[in-house]
Design a protein around this ligand. Structure first.
Ligand code: ADP
Ligand code: ZN
Length: 739
């Protein structure tokens, strides 16, 4: 018996080892093993069991680590596919699939001392009355943590030890699971009665679920905000469980809020703290992550909610994969392996004969196009559940507001008035500005100099609270200058430009001194409880105006919010990326969906300098299809996705010439070597939009093709053979979401 092992260290190669006789029963695909390599001992995962190996002289495995295999053959297949399609090594792909918390310490259980009452020993040792009472109380409770017994039964450790010696109780270490939600009380909810539209959608999912010979397996659920998509997810999951299968629910990291998780917990717990749900996200401690993962692996939690990496959760058998807010760009990992969790979700569902539901109010162009190509089945929820109307969206032309003013005001007159009316009515307001900090740059009025980061090609953002200039790319900090730092200028007339959340907060304080204003952006949210605390305060009506970056845009449901203002709608439009229009449309629609989710009709103000941009106009009409049609036309004209697929090759080096010349060389090589691929277009190289980041200059080559799997295979091979000069790094991004 031979085990093929993928090492933790990225060496781009697997190694074969003989399995010694005494370990034969303990080694299977997914087993964590220790192996010799040269004179070292390394850890790895068994990724294959073979009868013979092409290598003549094999060494033996040293040992097995942990008892449970850490990856199932099905997930391993998915990971292999990922490594090929996204052009990375199997080692790196595996790192994403199995959490570090599990790889590093497969048996990282927290042990605690537990006390159990035993049957009275035969050699009756007499107990005092007090001890007998205590023993009875311990018996009644069942096994309980020593610490609990000590406090709740008001006794001492030495008393318990004496009772242990005489055989009345047993004290032993036991595993105690860390529960990230231990201190929460969740009130169970039951199924809501679906409206006819929802019922129709659910029926179609259920029919497909039960039909294993089905034609399609992926649904795109296009439902406006508040149309009751989540209720459908909940009932589809209930059906899935009733058929003995498990479910994975992916949500964007940012909306993996307690509010979201609670809704699922409330439906699938018994009210006594027992639940079938495991949660995976980046705020868990290593220990919590370890325990949640094993709960899934052992089949004790059949529902998994998590951000993108939860797509690798070892749910088996899998019946359903839900991707909420499927258009969200956080499903794409921005470091190697650069996989897209939504696409993996569809693939995994297909391979495991499960159903995939992708839900959104603003589906990505790729997904909606897949409906037209008959790869996905469309389900529609065009109305809000409670027949609440969608909020009225007003566009404010800021060019008119700026006229005759000294500089550009942050708030238009109309938005100001609207805010004061809502405050008087004791309703709540949300304001979005997608830029943190106080001012986006510091500029000299005399010579035009802008203070830039010494390591990146961006201006530094001014943060007022700690009187610092900060780089949002690399985190570089410096004190703001009092005069222009240009030696030949030195003018004191240096001014802040561009508005960020802190500046808006300050202005609100001046305009509405009585209002309770709270800012929410990544500068405020330093700890994991902060997000929750602010949202709780907002829900309890302790905040009048919640102001923030896009993190306030998603998934939140506050019935008393009747006014939403978008301070600068143009910020996301002017990013030089072909998806800028799509992102702006999505963002505006999402934020607008936060208004009017209760009794009072909602109202949205969008302040813009380009009020006639299609992304803004279609968002105003809540017209997804209109936006889709015109955007699709543009994409077709330029050959962009969804008509083609892209692959971005980025070369980075600290020396600008070296980066540029290497990029030239790589582009030439690609043109020569892949010239036989008929539909391949090689664009560039060109300087990346952000030319310099964290001291590295970046040049980009963009490949365009109709058949990515073929290209990916060739690129992966080519990349291995490329000999890059020292100091130059190449990254390959298949289906990039940011260009
Ligand atoms: P979405 O996920 O599409 O934004 P939600 O599922 O959050 O919509 O639904 C919006 C609100 O309507 C929630 O408060 C939800 O509990 C409620 N709701 C959903 N379906 C129904 C229903 N059939 N009957 C009554 N209320 C419902
Ligand atoms: Zn920087």
């Amino acid at each position: 018996m031979i085990a093929r092992v993928t090492l933790d260290r990225a060496v781009g190669q697997d190694f074969d080892y003989l399995v010694p006789e005494n370990l034969k029963g303990a080694v299977e695909v997914g087993t964590r093993v220790e192996v010799p390599l040269g004179s070292q001992r390394l850890l790895g995962l068994v990724t294959g069991i073979l009868a013979r190996s092409p290598h003549p002289k094999l060494r033996e495995l040293i040992g097995v680590v942990g008892r449970q295999s850490l990856i199932t053959p099905k997930i391993l297949d998915l990971v292999r596919w990922l490594a090929d399609y996204y052009c990375c090594s199997l080692e790196l792909a595996l790192k994403s699939a199995v959490p570090q918390a599990v790889l590093k310490k497969p048996e990282n259980w927290r042990k605690k001392l537990f006390v159990r009452g035993l049957n009275p020993p035969s050699s009756e040792t007499e107990l005092t009355n007090r001890q007998r009472e205590l023993w009875q109380a311990i018996r009644d409770r069942g096994a309980s943590a020593l610490s609990e017994i000590l406090t709740e039964l008001a006794t001492s450790a030495s008393t318990l030890r004496r009772m242990e010696e005489t055989g009345w109780v047993a004290i032993a270490p036991q595993i105690e699971e860390r529960d990230p939600f231990a201190d929460e009380i969740v009130l169970p909810t039951s199924k809501l009665r679906l409206n006819p539209e929802q019922q129709n959608v659910l029926d179609r999912v259920i029919v497909a679920f039960d039909d294993l010979e089905r034609e399609g397996h992926a649904f795109l659920l296009h439902g406006v905000t508040g149309s009751g998509k989540t209720e459908i997810y909940l009932q589809a999951i209930a059906h899935c469980l009733s058929r003995g299968k498990g479910a994975i629910v992916l949500v964007p990291e940012i909306s993996l809020t307690p509010q979201t998780v609670e809704r699922f917990k409330a439906r699938f717990s018994d009210g006594e703290g027992n639940t079938e749900i495991a949660v995976l996200h980046s705020h868990l401690s290593t220990g919590e992550r370890h325990d949640e993962w094993h709960k899934i692996r052992q089949g004790r939690a059949r529902i998994v909610i998590g951000a993108r990496s939860a797509i690798f959760a070892p749910v088996d058998p899998l019946g359903l994969v839900i991707v909420d807010e499927e258009h969200d760009s956080s499903y794409k990992q921005e470091e190697t392996p650069r996989y897209h969790a939504r696409d993996l979700a569809v693939l995994r569902a297909k391979r495991e004969k499960a159903i995939a539901i992708l839900g959104s109010a603003t589906p990505s162009l790729e997904s909606y196009r897949n409906v037209e190509l008959r790869k996905y089945i469309l389900l529609n929820l065009p109305n809000r559940v409670d027949s609440c109307t969608l909020p009225l969206v007003r566009i404010v032309d800021m060019r008119l507001e700026a006229r005759g003013e000294k500089g550009i005001p942050i708030f238009s007159r109309r938005l100001k008035e609207a805010i004061s009316l809502r405050l008087e009515a004791r309703e709540q307001v949300m304001l979005l500005i997608n830029r943190r900090g106080y001012a986006s740059s510091l500029q000299c009025l005399q010579c035009g100099y802008v203070v830039e980061c010494p390591h990146c090609s961006v201006s530094l953002t001014y943060h007022r609270r700690d009187e610092r200039l900060l780089c949002h790319i690399c985190g570089h900090l410096e004190p703001p200058p009092n005069v222009c730092p240009q030696p030949e200028c030195g003018d004191p007339g240096i001014r802040y430009r561009g508005v960020g959340t802190q500046r808006v907060e300050e202005t609100l304080g001046k305009l509405f001194p009585k209002a309770r204003v709270k800012r929410m952006d990544s500068d405020v949210l330093k700890r994991k409880e902060d997000y929750r605390r602010i949202l709780d305060q907002f829900r309890q009506g302790k905040i009048d105006i919640l102001l923030g970056t896009q993190m306030i845009a998603k998934g939140l449901h506050f019935p008393n919010v009747t006014l939403v203002g978008i301070v600068y709608a143009d910020l996301s439009l002017h990013i030089p990326d072909f998806r800028a229009g799509e992102r702006t449309f999505q963002l505006l629609t999402q934020v607008a969906g936060r208004a009017g989710r209760g009794e009072v009709e909602g109202e949205v103000f969008v302040q813009s300098f380009t009020p006639f941009h299609p992304a803004i106009q279609y968002a105003r009409q809540h017209d997804y299809l209109g936006f889709y049609e015109q955007e699709l036309e543009q994409r077709q004209e330029f050959g962009y996705p969804p008509f083609n697929r892209l692959c971005a090759l980025t070369l980075r080096a600290q020396d600008q010439d070296l980066a540029r010349l290497t990029a030239d060389h790589v582009a030439t090589t690609v043109r020569q070597r892949l010239g036989d691929l008929p539909d391949l277009n090689v664009l560039g190289p060109a300087p990346a939009v952000l030319l310099r980041a964290e001291t590295f200059y970046r040049y980009q080559i963009v490949l365009r093709t109709g058949r990515m799997p073929v290209l990916a295979r060739r690129i992966k091979r080519l990349a291995k053979e490329l000999e890059l000069p020292e100091g130059v790094r190449l990254t390959i991004d298949v289906d990039p979401v940011h260009l």
